[in-house]
Structure formats: C-alpha cells, structure tokens
Design a protein around this ligand. Structure first.
Ligand code: GMT
Length: 372
C-alpha cells in the first residue's frame, strides 16, 4: 500500500503516534509518505520505504496570515498524484482532516481518508463555535475516523454530534525503546541519593496538565519519604511552577530538567510517575513510564482510566485531588511487596493491551478494508 501521513511533527503525542505508525508500516513493506511542515522528530534514520515531503508556507504581503492549510492541501494533492497514494492518514481533526478532504478534491483522486482524533482537537477546539462545524465536516467526510480512547470517542459524540461511526484504536509506543530498570548513575549525576525515591512528570507544561497538583502531591510525599521530584519538559507553565515550588518550600528537591530528546533514559530515574491533567484523551507518557517499569498515578480525566487499572496497575484520583494522590504514592513507595506486585501486573497488562504490533495491525486492517 501507499500511505500518506500528515501530523504535527513537533514533540506532541499525536506526532509520536503518527511517526511510529509510519515507521511500523514502512517496516511491513508499505510505501510511506510523510507530508508535514518539518521532519517528524522521532524519525532519526532514513528508511528506504519512507519519503518526507516538507510543506513550505510562503509569506506574501497580501496575506495577513501565512496560508498553511491551503499550502498543505496542495502539497498533499501533489503527493497523491505523483505517487498514486491509496490512503491518507490525517492526525488531528483541524486543520488536517479538512486539508485531507480538500487535497482529495484538488487531486481528483479516489484516495481514502483515515482521520485520527487525538484530544484537544475535540475537547478544546470542539467548543469553539468558529471551528465546530469544520471539525464535524472533517469527521463526517473522512472514510474512517478513529479515536485514541473510548472516552474521546464519547466526548466527540457529545461535543461535535457527528453522523459517523468512530472506532477506538488505542495508542502505542515503540516498546523496544524503553527498558525496565533503575539508572542509579544518572540519578547520582543529578544529586539524587540511592535511598531517595523519585517522583516524575513529563509534559509540555500546558495549563491542562495541572502541574501544580504534581508539586502539591510531592510536597505531601516529601514530608514522609526522602524524595525528589523530577519535572521534564517545557512550556507556558514552567515559570509559574518554579514559583510554586519555591512558595511551597520544596524547590531544592524539585529538578526542572527542561525539554529532553532522549526521554527514554529519564524514566529510568523514576520510582513513580504522576500525570494529574484535567484533560487527557489517553496520556502517551503513561505508557512510556509503564514500559520503563514505573507505576503511575493519573486522574479521572479522559482516557487515563482506560490506560491505568485503578489499584491493580496504578492509581486513579479525581482531578485536583492531590491529597489522595499523595496517600497512594506513600502507600506504594513504602511497601516494596506491593510495588513489585503492581509493577508485575502493570507490565503484563500493557503488553497485552498496548502492543505495538497488534495496534498497528488494527490500523493496517482499516487501510486494507478501505482499499478492498
Ligand atoms: O491534543 C493535544 O493536546 C495534543 C496531543 C499531542 O499532540 O500530544 O495530545 C493528545 O494526543 C495524545 C496522542 O494521542 C494523547 O496521548 C494525549 O492524551 C492528548 N492530549 C490531551 O488530550 C490533552
């Protein structure tokens, strides 16, 4: 098959999934074309079955805004015709699903369009009356629409009300990249003592992540357990969070590591991972932590409760309930037997439910069904 993929190539989860899926398809022998504004950051090596088509948006003085959407659609149309694509897989509803539909019209081809909904394309932008109808159109005019969790699927029906079947296909990661086991050497480099517990959070530091709850959870844990909090990532909330750590008197035990490219290594510093978001359709970082052997605490937001089985493979708390999060954290970090039991259950569960081969097979079957 010849598959075109469009995603945001930056460090977001939707870009990671799109890229890993593309690599997986290329490894299966399909011809994969990424049509993106930049090389997706997870593509480190060239692969004979992967071609990257970069979208360059021209800036003309008559335009108040650079026309990314039209340029992207035109580029996709060009790739559809030049390579005779069978499938277009668009990640994120706006503008990508709509650009895919426009590209199909421009190219006058019969390419099939698969759209994957990722999260804020529905749960934030879907509430914007200037975008809602366009999102609905993008969903209804795609051939197949997938959602990364049941929760996001339900929210899409509630918010957008499309006349379209939506199929849940869970996210996956390239599990080969993640290893179970502590990297004590790396911890020592950051001044973490061997008998300290490490709590970790990784995100793009946006407001929806509620990093304040991560820091407040840590403040309570630290009163009982010798520990450090490692925060990886950068974004609009970073400064505010530094101030909060200072205000709560924990700043010397909170390490802000900023944006990191080889994220796999950092999970090996952690004993427990926290994702306290108020919106999270899936939470790819949870899978990354879990595949590194690190149990997680998430919230009832979105699809996190589909990823973590409460009290079996990790913990789920209400949004904003950092007190319960700290109690669960203390419980698991002070009971080695419980820790090992939960870790084993977690590893078994994710290998069964979030297996990259099985999940990419689901996508491959969707493609095959469409071109049949
Ligand atoms: O929708 C976003 O906020 C951005 C997007 C991204 O590109 O990282 O994140 C969403 O998609 C990820 C991949 O499917 C999910 O793991 C994230 O949970 C989801 N983020 C939100 O729902 C806030």
């Amino acid at each position: 098959m010849k598959i075109g993929i469009t995603c945001y190539p930056t460090m977001g989860g939707s870009g990671i999934i799109a890229t890993e899926l593309g690599i997986n398809m290329a490894e299966k022998g399909h011809e994969v074309h990424f049509i993106t504004s930049n090389t997706p950051f997870r593509i480190q090596m060239s692969h004979p079955n992967i071609t990257i088509h970069q979208v360059d948006v021209n800036q003309y003085s008559v335009f108040q805004y650079p026309p990314y959407d039209i340029t992207l659609a035109t580029k996709i149309a060009e790739v559809i015709n030049s390579y005779d694509l069978d499938i277009l897989h668009m990640h994120y509803a706006v503008p990508h699903a709509i650009c895919g539909i426009l590209a199909k019209q421009i190219s006058r081809s019969d390419v099939k369009i698969v759209t994957t909904l990722h999260g804020t394309d529905i749960t934030v932008l879907g509430y914007d009356s200037t975008l809602k109808e366009a999102i609905k159109f993008g969903i209804e005019d795609s051939d197949v629409v997938t959602s990364v969790s049941d929760s996001l699927k339900e929210q899409t029906y509630q918010i957008i009300e499309p006349y379209k079947e939506i199929v849940t296909v869970y996210n996956f990661i390239n599990e080969k990249d993640f290893k179970v086991g502590k990297n004590l050497e790396l911890r020592r480099q950051y001044g973490i003592e061997d008998d300290e517990k490490v709590l970790m959070h990784v995100s793009n530091f946006r407001k929806v992540k509620r990093i304040e709850d991560v820091i407040k959870t840590f403040q309570l844990v630290r009163q009982v357990i010798k520990s450090k909090l490692v925060l990886v990532g950068d974004g609009p909330e970073l400064n505010e969070m530094r101030c909060l750590a200072k205000k709560l008197g924990v700043e010397k035990d909170v390490l802000f590591l900023g944006k990191r490219s080889k994220i796999q290594t950092y999970y090996q510093m952690a004993d427990l991972f926290l994702l306290m978001s108020e919106k999270e359709s899936f939470g790819l970082v949870l899978l990354e932590a879990m595949y590194s052997g690190v149990p997680c605490i998430g919230t009832t937001a979105g699809g996190m409760k589909e990823v973590i089985k409460h009290q079996e493979t990790g913990y789920i708390v209400e949004i904003g309930d950092y007190t319960s999060a700290s109690q669960f954290a203390i419980q698991i970090l002070t009971d080695e037997q419980l820790y090992k039991k939960m870790q084993a259950a977690m590893l078994m569960d994710i290998k069964q439910r979030f297996n990259s081969n099985q999940i990419s097979k689901q996508y491959e079957n969707i493609y095959l069904e469409l071109i049949r």
